[in-house]
Design a protein around this ligand. Structure first.
Ligand SMILES: Cc1cc2nc3c(=O)[nH]c(=O)nc-3n(C[C@H](O)[C@H](O)[C@H](O)COP(=O)(O)OP(=O)(O)OC[C@H]3O[C@@H](n4cnc5c(N)ncnc54)[C@H](O)[C@@H]3O)c2cc1C
Ligand code: FES
Ligand code: FES
Length: 486
């Protein structure tokens, strides 16, 4: 048995008897009595529990804010955990705390530790921040934190002050202890196998583990899975985590294709594909929050087979392949045939999703157009009511060839085959287009949207796509119209 070993601030912690389904927040509050991190929603939605996890990557420290209420303890293996209690140095508040005081960014204070940790993470990631778009970066970092009394302006001002402080090259105790922390983390192994939490570091070890514990759930970022624990109060005696398997964490171009490992986080997907396509960037910036994107994975978004997951419509429209792997074999199928029925897929019990692939030309061909429309009740940190993706590989070819896929319109993410057929003959006949979408989809009403709303939105999104296709400035103008209405 391998003991769970991680750094709590700079103290080495070794644990061997924790329940495998224990969340980081419960551990902090109940076992360590570190009650600065708050429990608001216990479902990743409010950010009150935000902590920062530091990982060693290519010899560098990577600081990521996560929601501790939906993170499992076993995934801290080999990492450093920093909470709001660790920011002040020798009695002096960290800049991310002092700025909140100076700008009156707190009233009841319940949300404050979470905001402070998100601001702290912002100050630790200045390399990725475009100083021309400081305000946007701040919004992205704070989008997963809710405040119900102060109002956001003073908090944004505080974040701006802290960011300026970091951009000016100021350092804190974490920067000063960098070399020591790297040394401490290098001494910790990535694998853990302790009282039911199994974190193999290779695919071979994973398949052995799956054979040994066939009933254990396989988890990756845990952003979906943890809700079974915190909302449905289920208990799991065994859990197998994919998060230690580097073989699944890649994103690269190979043989004319983008190849994305199932373990690639949404944050990594955003930083690699975002600069190549504005629609992908816009959609991924609206995928959960920074905390969710730092944990959630591509494989988890496909594996959970939600009808409203944001990546499946994108990858289906790009006609992506999904690679399914078991100990003995590998099979490659079209993603659109992976989903069978509500939460039902073709994945066999001994398989995992290992990779997604699609043609690179989709993102680098001068004549191709990819449009992604995510419709949700809130801009930030919300699941789609409808997500529509339209992909035209070459706009100069007549008749138009289009692939279209929708989320939120059926029990599974689904291609709109009738729409595609009609578009090739009559792309501008809205009556025929509407009829085609009626044939493709009979959506349901639920808490997010009514059936009528969904089908109307789907038709309108095609109309919007058409306008933007004809006039490249239209997207810009329509965007501003939406903002005026908001
Ligand atoms: C606050 C919040 C906001 C969210 N916002 C969005 C959003 O905007 N858009 C969106 O699409 N989703 C959203 N989600 C849902 C969730 O974050 C995503 O579905 C995420 O990608 C799941 O990935 P994960 O690694 O966390 O999966 P996990 O929770 O670890 O696993 C989810 C499921 O997938 C399976 N699985 C994981 N990896 C694999 C694999 N490699 N092979 C086979 N099965 C696998 C697991 O067995 C499990 O059944 C949100 C969730 C939260 C909590
Ligand atoms: S308690 Fe709300 S996000 Fe964790
Ligand atoms: S200060 Fe009360 S919720 Fe933010």
């Amino acid at each position: 048995m391998r003991v769970l070993r991680f750094l709590l601030n700079n103290i080495l912690i070794e644990e061997s008897g924790l329940p495998p389904d224990m969340t980081v927040l419960d551990y902090l509050r109940e076992r360590k009595r570190l009650t600065g991190s708050k429990e608001g929603c216990a479902s990743g939605d409010c950010g009150a529990c935000t902590v920062v996890v530091v990982s060693l990557k290519n010899g560098q420290l990577q600081y990521a804010s996560i929601n501790s209420c939906i993170a499992l303890m076993g995934d801290l293996q080999g990492r450093q955990l920093i909470t709001v209690e660790h920011l002040a140095d020798d009695g002096k508040l960290h800049c991310s705390q002092q700025a909140m005081v100076d700008h009156h960014g707190s009233q009841c204070g319940f949300c404050t530790p979470g905001f402070v940790m998100s601001i702290f993470a912002l100050t630790k990631n200045t390399v990725s921040i475009d100083s021309q778009h400081k305000r946007k970066s701040i919004e992205h970092y704070l989008g997963g934190n809710l405040c119900r009394c102060t109002g956001y302006r003073p908090i944004i001002d505080a974040a701006s002050t802290a960011l300026d402080w970091a951009l000016a090259g100021n350092t804190d105790q974490f920067s000063e202890n960098r070399a020591a922390t790297i040394q401490q983390l290098q001494a910790l192994e990535a694998e853990v196998d302790t009282t039911g939490f199994h974190r193999p570091t290779t695919l071979d070890a994973l398949f052995q583990c799956k054979a040994q514990y066939p009933d254990a759930p396989v988890v990756a970022g845990c952003t979906d899975f943890s809700l079974e624990i915190t909302q449905r109060l289920k208990q799991y005696p065994q859990v197998i985590s994919l998060s230690g398997i580097n073989e699944l964490g890649f994103i690269e171009q190979r043989n004319g294709q983008w190849c994305i490992g199932a373990g690639c986080s949404i944050a990594a997907l955003l930083s690699t594909l975002g600069p190549l396509n504005a629609d992908i960037a816009d959609m991924l910036y609206r995928y959960g929050s920074t905390q969710v994107r730092n944990s959630a994975t591509v494989g988890g978004n496909i594996g959970n087979a939600s009808p409203v997951g944001d990546l499946p419509p994108l990858f289906i429209a790009l006609q992506a392949d999904v690679v399914l792997r078991s100990a003995a074999a590998e099979r490659v199928i079209k993603l659109e045939s992976f989903f069978q029925d509500y939460k039902k897929t073709v994945l066999q019990a001994d398989e995992i999703i290992s990779e997604i692939r699609f043609d690179s030309s989709a993102l680098d061909c001068e004549h191709s157009v990819l449009k992604i429309y995510k419709i949700s009740k809130r801009i930030d940190d919300d699941i789609s009511s409808v997500c529509a993706v339209f992909y035209c590989p070459n706009t100069t070819v007549k008749p138009m060839v289009l692939t279209a896929a929708f989320g939120g319109m059926a029990a599974i993410p689904k291609r709109a085959l009738e729409l595609e057929r009609v578009v090739s003959a009559s792309p501008e006949n809205m009556q025929l287009i509407g009829d085609a979408l009626d044939k493709d989809f009979q959506p349901i009403s639920d808490a997010r949207a009514s059936a009528g709303y969904r089908i109307t939105v789907a038709k309108n999104l095609y109309r919007k796509f058409l306008l933007e296709l004809k006039d490249t400035q239209a997207a810009h103008r329509l965007h501003h119209l939406e903002i005026d209405h908001a």
